[in-house]
Design a protein around this ligand. Sequence first.
Ligand code: ADP
Ligand code: MG
Length: 609
Amino acid sequence: MSAVLARRALPPRLVFGVFVALLAVAPLVLPEFTVTLLNYIGLYALVALGLVLLTGVGGLTSFGQAAFVGLGAYTTALLTASTTLPGWLAWIGASAWLALVAGLLLTALFAVVLGSMTLKLSGHYLPLGTIAWGISLYFLFGNMQFLGGFTGLSGIPPISVLGEPIDTGREIFYLIWLFLLAGIVTTQNLLDSREGRAIRALKGGMVMAESMGVNTSAARMTIFVLAALHACASGWLYAHMQRFLNPTPFSLHTGIEYLFMAVVGGAGHVWGALLGATVFTVAKQWLQDWLPAIIGQAGNFEVIVFGVVMIIVLQRARDGLWPPLARLMPVRAAPRRIDAHAPPLARRAMPAADETLLEARRITKRFGGLVAVNDMHLSVRAGEIVALIGPNGAGKSTMFNLMSGVLDPTSGEVLLRGQPVAGHSAREVAALGLSRTFQHVRLMGQMSVLENVAIGAHRRENPGLLVGVLSGAWRLDRKQEQRLLAEAARQVERVGLADHMFEPAGSLPLGKQRLLEVARALAADPCLLLLDEPAAGLRYLEKRALADLLRKLRGEGLSVLLVEHDMDFVMGLVDRVYVMDFGQKIAEGLPQEVQRDARVLEAYLGGIE
Ligand code: ADP
Ligand code: MG
């Protein structure tokens, strides 16, 4: 009986509705103290929610969020409580809501400036950068006379809603949780949209995402600004709840606590933010009450306990407490519906039959003293399948990266449809009609096959960053989303993966992951497909299916350049072959000719193969 119950899943909407109903009655029945605690949980969760987007999903660690909370709090305090503001500013302070808008704009400005300075930093420099500005802003709040210094600012008025002042804990509870729920829903929506897929590709898929036309720097800036805005809104609510401010809650220490909440709750999931904030706030309250009594001495013992808990969580549940909790709950979303009748995406005009699509002219690439590619020439015409073969270490992948704009040649040039590739980003090269797969598959393992392929079509629907983010967050993008997903589904079917459409990409065997990469490349509507060792790891029948697929694509006017060292796969399939060894071209021609070439035989038989 219990097994049957466990399998009968509840729709997420119903569970969400019950949760909202419970929240609605909570302040009516709970004691004042509990309502206050819930208010703090809501405020913290709003900041942690920004960190879910920034750190958990985007992979950018920030210790400085408390400073953005402070920015929101001090902006509204100054505008609404100060009596000495010049007239052109004072009118904003007439309404706390106007002050919120001002705070959000100021925070966005700060975030863009700080982000453009720190987001380029990689590895541990980014977290260090956030610590640096976290500390700076804190001391700015503390040392500015007009902000009340370390003693603080008082006389902040309550927020008014429809002329009614929100001046009790029970009233502001509704406002805080409305903000939090709106944040959770919009963040969830955003992650489930075109921009969201770009954001989710940041963690571990930057080169792939750029090659699919995703502007990864814009995606990083987006989540940085969004996280700061969430923090600012929390600060605004806090200031009008407390009606008094000093710099203490905006210190680096609090910034670390926010990160702690997000990580413990589950930084990869929107509900992890709420869980983390709840666990943290309740535990802190409880420990502060009990630890001194148990130990028999006053002190901040809870900090020590939190440190230990953090280490245990990182050891035992890397992804935080939310994923194991979610597995226990009988809530399952139905799989996405794909509208096969959605209007198809626009396609590019295919090149004329004899056009030279890609031409590498005398290119050389040196890595320090090593000449990986030496004076290579290569061309691909429309409607051809061309192979670049050679033993391991011959320079094939380097050649491949030179042609797709990932690397720039030391000398020589690569022309794609007559345009030089050098100096263009992988993204611009993708826009010209070149799409690629990777020798070592680059997939987002947690995302479904369908969503992975949809990243390929990213460039083909571009409403602009701001519209894309806002329409994604508020679900105004569903028509566009249907078109993108329908296209992705078509490509998934085209490569024969229809049965795996909604499975996580990481659960597929390697051969199918390679096919997924082909589907993703096709979703970009290329005229030239670059495949790096597509047959590696494929079984015999899979290889035959792939060869059939490539022939079919050629029949549709697509050109393919493939890098392989599997001679058998190449010989029955391709129109022309280039053979490389030690960075140089040692043969070129029809497959039968090349197969008999003495230098090729020597390279293959005498070489590593
Ligand atoms: P293939 O794909 O034909 O096996 P590669 O193009 O990967 O060969 O490598 C050619 C040579 O260039 C190898 O000796 C390799 O070690 C070297 N190489 C490739 N990439 C780099 C790099 N980023 N830095 C230094 N050496 C590299
Ligand atoms: Mg290689």
